[in-house]
Design a protein around this ligand. Structure first.
Ligand code: NPQ
Ligand code: MG
Length: 413
């Protein structure tokens, strides 16, 4: 059937998900990372490893140790995967054994040229898991592991699958709340030296106008600068936030609560700096709604928050159709998650540098080959991996060495 848009070479299709392993790790951060919601010194990492009849894949769950950035957190994600999501995925995939006609007919509500068609198993994961409410980060980790396995089996990279249009992506860096302005300036000066093309400062009430003004002075008028409040402000702070217009910021990220689009609309009307939502954007529908209402004019895309890369692609496409720039957020990922983010950031709608920093921003040693900023014309950029799947190799000896608990293995009963 050469004209079938869902056609995939038979050998490239995964017929059986044999095993899902959950690995819990503790990876030390090179320096503490403080935001308006807390301070991290260690990244607690949850990795999903899928073993199929056609090869293996890895996904990183971006949930944090505590439910502060979002309702999801690592113990909750591990539990919902072990108890509900992984068993359902293994059950459903077991039924796929046999002819291609057994494959679920639904899965992707996408138009022609759909990327989902080339990854039939990965594209069916979201609908298989939709019986569980929420838990997008947990679902994303599973879908990404399956996607990685499926693309490795096909010999295709994530960049190719997603529709990457660049070989290198512009990188920014997210800078935590410091104990003094002098310390902050030292840290920012180091990142500028390393080549980062954009600085993002974490802010909170009491740590805003003064540090932002000091960093603007350090960077000069042309340095790209933005701020992220992680929901720390309220409507009473609108005049203060509007006064950030003084500092020529690229955007103000998520000043108010996740559910509170209305106050973001009021701020957008009160200031010239673009308002950008992060926590509030859960999928394509909420992105379009927030844009329509005037609550956001730039969108932070984090696939974990949106339930996976396939939904992130739909958010990208919807924003692009509405002429809304997007950029790729970061969740202190190891190389496993970073690789996929860099591939995503190579899409045409990613018009601002992302929080896709080098491995060394967070870790002395990464779980994969390290991501290192380029030099010369590629100063401040990361190269988009082009090997199959995510394009990186997980150093399984480090997964064992850094384990904080025994792996959990889910198999067919
Ligand atoms: C943001 N990330 O854009 C997030 C927030 C964030 C790079 O600023 C552990 C787990 C620690 C998740 C710290 C960046 C975290 C985390 C910050 C997420 O809002
Ligand atoms: Mg943010």
């Amino acid at each position: 059937m050469p004209n079938d848009p869902n056609r995939t070479p038979a050998l490239d299709r995964i017929d059986r998900l044999e095993r899902i392993e959950l690995h819990r790790l503790e990876v030390p951060l090179v320096r503490p990372f403080e935001t308006s919601f807390g301070r991290e010194t260690v990244r607690e990492v949850l990795l999903v490893h899928v073993v199929t009849d056609s090869g293996e894949g890895w996904g990183e769950c971006v949930a944090g140790r505590d439910p502060f950035y979002s309702a999801e957190y690592v113990d909750g994600a591990a539990s919902v995967i072990e108890r509900y999501l992984a068993p359902a995925l293994i059950e459903t995939t077991g039924r796929r054994v046999g002819s291609a006609a057994d494959a679920p007919a639904e899965p992707v509500a996408e138009g022609p040229g759909s990327r989902g068609a080339s990854v039939p198993l990965a594209a069916s994961v979201a609908s298989t898991l939709s019986f569980v409410a929420g838990h997008r980060m947990a679902k994303a980790a599973l879908e990404t592991a399956v996607l990685d396995a499926e693309l490795r089996a096909q010999g295709r990279s994530m960049g190719e699958c997603f529709g990457a249009v660049r070989d290198w992506v512009d990188c920014g860096v997210s800078v935590g709340i410091a104990s003094s302005v002098d310390e902050l300036l030292d840290e920012v000066a180091g990142y500028v030296e390393e080549g980062y093309r954009r600085i993002k400062l974490k802010i909170k009430p009491g740590w805003d106008l003064v540090p932002v003004g000091a960093v603007r002075e350090l960077l000069g008028p042309h340095g790209m600068l933005q701020v992220d409040a992680n929901t720390a402000y309220t409507a009473d702070d609108i005049p203060l936030l509007a006064s950030l217009d003084l500092f020529d910021l690229l955007l103000i990220e998520q000043p108010f609560a996740e559910e509170d689009l209305a106050t973001h609309v009021r701020l957008a009307e009160a200031c010239d700096t673009p308002v950008c939502l992060d926590e509030s954007i859960l999928d394509r529908t909420t992105a379009i709604d927030a844009i329509d209402r005037g609550a956001t004019s730039i969108v932070n895309i984090k696939p974990g928050r949106m339930g996976g890369y396939l939904e992130a692609l739909r958010v990208h496409d919807a924003c692009r159709a509405l002429d809304v720039p997007v950029w790729c957020g970061g969740m202190l990922e190891t190389g496993v998650g970073r690789a996929a983010n860099v591939a995503l950031a190579a899409l045409p709608g990613f018009l601002l540098p992302g929080d896709t920093s080098a491995s060394s921003r967070y870790f002395a040693e990464d779980l994969t080959e390290p991501f290192v900023l380029g030099s010369g014309e590629h100063r401040g950029q990361l190269r988009v991996p082009d090997a199959p799947g995510s394009g990186v190799t997980v150093r399984e000896e480090l997964v064992r060495a850094w384990a904080s608990a025994a792996p959990v293995v889910i198999t067919a009963r």
